[in-house]
Design a protein around this ligand. Structure first.
Ligand code: BDR
Ligand code: CA
Length: 313
């Protein structure tokens, strides 16, 4: 099975990504490293612990990481009103994070992977602060990373937190810049693509019905979080951005993408703005494959299939 570390700021869509990975024998989740983002660090950590506990994979270690961005002032996401997943939506089980800092865990584990010549895939679904700190303080850890699969960036789609940027990049553009220029191969799941897969009432009902405790929690969270933005999408349903990263690891054929050099503005009024140089105008080698389309029905049947394992156990 493929070894991965998930760096996350749960987040409803982060929860779906984590539960997908934790139920997949094809993936060996070595650890969950947590960052501030959608909500404050103490809440993202608590949410991550609840998610891991409900999956039944309670041996999966959770590590608290950076409480805020490298340089810019802190911004939170749009899930603020759900905050810590409240106990009615997602029951608390008392699982605690480890004492080790997330960045120390990343450095230690990635160095070992480099030494063993067995690099690890990182699934990065929050602001990239933890990863930038690890790469910035110890550049040698890049050799332990097989690839970074990240939900971030907006190229032709409008940003949703601010019009010019996607949240994970907006929340820490300097960290994104560090990661983009690290030389590690990137697989980018931008808003342009994630907005093509909208979960509707039928799939939510199926997850609730067949998905065990995680499925019930996903349904409760998605229903608590308003997902019908008809004015934006022209149809009912809401995006589950982060889940696309794990889906790509499980079934890459669901997605189509193009190589490009990707960069980010770190300062000025449009800080967080990202570009993808598909036509090689900058004459700079590609650092990423940018996903552009997703097979929506294939994606949701994968999610239903994987979640049904929680119902069976
Ligand atoms: C990203 O921002 C967060 O709100 C989501 O969890 C996702 O990682 C989407 O732009
Ligand atoms: Ca996220």
């Amino acid at each position: 099975s493929q070894r991965i570390i998930i760096d996350t700021d749960p987040g409803v869509d982060d929860a779906i990504a984590l539960w997908l990975a934790l139920a997949s024998p094809e993936l060996d989740v070595l650890g969950v490293t947590v960052v501030a983002g959608n909500v404050a660090l103490k809440d993202t950590v608590r949410n991550a612990c609840k998610i891991v506990a409900l999956s039944g994979k309670t041996a999966t270690p959770v590590f608290a990481g950076a409480p805020g961005p490298l340089v810019r002032e802190q911004v939170y996401g749009k899930y603020a009103h759900i905050g810590a997943f409240n106990d009615e939506l997602v029951p608390d089980t008392g699982l605690q994070p480890r004492a080790e800092h997330a960045v120390d865990f990343l450095v230690r584990t990635l160095r070992q992977a480099a030494e063993d010549n067995d690099p690890i895939s990182l699934c990065v679904i929050g602001p990239m602060t933890n990863i930038a700190l690890a790469l910035g303080m110890h550049p040698d850890v890049a050799r332990g990373i097989k690839q970074i699969v990240t939900m971030s960036c907006a190229f032709t789609a409008l940003g949703h937190r601010v019009p010019w940027a996607e949240f994970n990049v907006y929340a820490d553009p300097h960290a994104a810049e560090k990661v983009f220029n690290s030389g590690v191969p990137l697989i980018i799941m931008p808003l342009d693509m994630t907005f093509q897969a909208l979960i509707g009432a039928e799939d939510i009902g199926a997850l609730k019905q067949d998905g065990g405790l995680p499925g019930e929690s996903v349904a409760a969270l998605l229903n608590a979080f308003d997902r019908s933005d008809l004015s934006r999408f022209g149809r009912e349903g809401g995006p589950v951005h982060d889940a696309t990263t794990v889906a790509w690891l499980l079934q890459p054929g669901l997605f189509e993408g193009q190589p490009a050099r990707v960069g980010v503005a770190v300062s000025g009024h449009t800080a967080g703005y990202t570009y993808a140089d598909f036509w090689n105008k900058l004459a700079t080698p590609a650092n990423a494959v940018v996903m552009q389309t997703v097979d929506e029905s294939g994606f949701f049947s994968l999610i239903r299939r994987v979640f049904s394992r929680y119902g069976d156990s």
